[in-house]
Write a protein that binds this ligand. Structure first.
Ligand SMILES: Cc1ncc(COP(=O)(O)O)c(C=O)c1O
Length: 443
């Protein structure tokens, strides 16, 4: 059968791609004039909201003035200014910026930087990066090798570098010995055990999303989790990479997700998504200054992309940052996020709603077939996608994810633009409730 489009996309059986033509604030209009509420900001991307003229203008002005220089030859004012602005916000000492084009590139860059730091320190045996299951750090092969996402890994498993993993903190599905109603942080202790089992002299870094994104659905680790992770990393000379691709730039109600764990500072922070808020593909690695100096003194960072340190990406990042500051959107996300979670918790009356969780404007509903047993729908039921389709039919875009229970499991994520109003949140949650009811009624 001839396709109705020449675009090659992820396969989505039965999904008709509405054609988007215009967007503003939390709304997207399709070609039929239908107004949709973008309750997911795409994939938790559009932190500043759609159609912000000053960001488009900053982008156009920079493209007209200086669109491109190669980052290994020349620098530019927007890149320098963005580095200073992010350094003032990120929980890192003397942060330095490596600007890239997306989250997966940021993960690749962070992993390679951690490796080069080990080499520069005279510890060439440190080649492993410990990651958590579930987790997601990107689709490229290096990033996928440290991602605990069975559905995305499956076909590529034989091609992935073998890296050690530990269980992620995931209270709703935790079955670790010693963990019951009260969390014993056994998942956290697994880091020390794994480093010891692998041999501390072989481990370069540990990578974690401060709040777990699409692979587990907005899971917030316990209060003491990262203090203990930091202690363990320090004890064994292992670097701590915080993947803030989803949590960075205000999504959780703080500038960075790690800001919720006061006093804990990672060594390397990655970010993306909200950094350019979808106006351009962008991502960033920020690293402790003394570590970067070490690599530079040892001969420099052997890494880079054609589009690293792109002036227009930097100009957009800077315009996004200034917009978030001027409209106080980060604090606002903290406040409206409380309303969002309170409203979502009201959905637990629906029998298929197993758990509701999140922080700030990063939230998820975990949907299950049997609530008492926490049993997921079979993977073939594609329940998250069905709910997404029902919500779209009712005018609301949510983000469908899952696969966290050995490939099964359904998560509906919300991550709207940070300026969303409480009235719009009410509308979104009402529609989501109807969508869950409709999709699960037929199942
Ligand atoms: C936490 C996290 N890290 C990395 C990535 C990969 O980013 P990208 O899709 O921009 O390559 C994602 C994307 O969803 C993410 O959520």
């Amino acid at each position: 059968m001839a396709p109705d489009s020449s675009v090659f996309r992820r396969q989505r059986p039965g999904w008709e791609f509405p054609r988007a033509v215009r967007a503003e604030g939390v709304h997207i209009w399709d070609e039929r004039g239908r107004r949709l509420i973008d309750a997911a900001g795409g994939a938790l991307v559009v932190n500043v909201g759609h159609g912000v003229a000053e960001i488009a203008e900053a982008m156009a002005a920079q493209a007209a003035r200086l669109a491109y220089v190669h980052g290994s030859e020349l620098t530019s004012e927007p890149v320098e200014a963005l580095a200073r602005a992010l350094a003032a916000r990120v929980p890192l000492d003397d942060a330095r910026l490596f600007l890239v084009s997306g989250g997966s590139e940021a993960t690749e860059t962070a992993i390679k930087l951690a490796r080069q730091i080990a080499v520069a320190r005279g510890e060439p045996g440190r080649v492993k990066v410990i990651f958590r299951r579930p987790s997601y750090h990107g689709a490229s092969l290096g990033a996928l090798a440290v991602s605990g996402r069975p559905t995305m890994r499956a076909d590529f498993e034989p091609m992935l570098a073998a890296m050690p993993s530990i269980p992620a903190p995931y209270p709703y599905r935790c079955r670790l010995p010693g963990c019951g109603e009260v969390c014993s942080l056994a998942c956290c202790d697994a880091l020390a055990t794994t480093i010891e089992a692998e041999g501390p002299a072989t481990v370069a870094a540990f990578i974690a999303e401060p709040v777990i994104g699409a692979s587990a659905g907005a899971v917030v680790p316990p209060a003491d989790y990262y203090r203990r992770i930091r202690e363990t990393c320090d004890r064994f000379g292992v670097l701590f990479i915080a993947d803030e691709v989803m949590t960075g730039l205000g999504r959780t109600g703080r500038w960075f997700g790690m800001d919720h764990w006061a006093g804990v500072r990672p060594d390397i922070v990655t970010t993306g998504k909200g950094l350019t808020s979808g106006y351009l593909p962008g991502g960033a690695v920020l690293a402790r200054g003394d570590l970067v100096d070490r690599v530079q003194d040892a001969g420099g960072f052997h890494h880079g992309f054609t589009y690293s340190h792109h002036p227009v990406v930097a100009a957009v990042g800077l315009a996004v940052l200034r917009y978030l500051e001027r409209h106080d959107l980060v604090a606002r996300a903290g406040v409206t996020g409380v309303h969002l979670l309170a409203r979502l918790r009201g959905l637990v009356d629906l029998p298929a709603v197993g758990d509701v969780r999140g922080i700030g404007l990063m939230a998820a509903v975990e949907v299950v077939r049997d609530r008492a047993a926490r049993e997921p729908y079979p993977r073939a039921a594609r329940m998250a996608q069905r709910i997404q389709a029902e919500a779209l039919r009712r005018g609301v875009i949510v983000y469908a994810s899952g696969g966290q229970v050995e490939g099964a499991g359904d998560l509906v994520m919300l991550g709207p633009p940070l300026g969303i109003t409480t009235g719009q949140i009410d509308e979104v949650v009402d529609v989501l409730g109807d969508a869950i009811a409709a999709a699960t009624r037929e199942a």
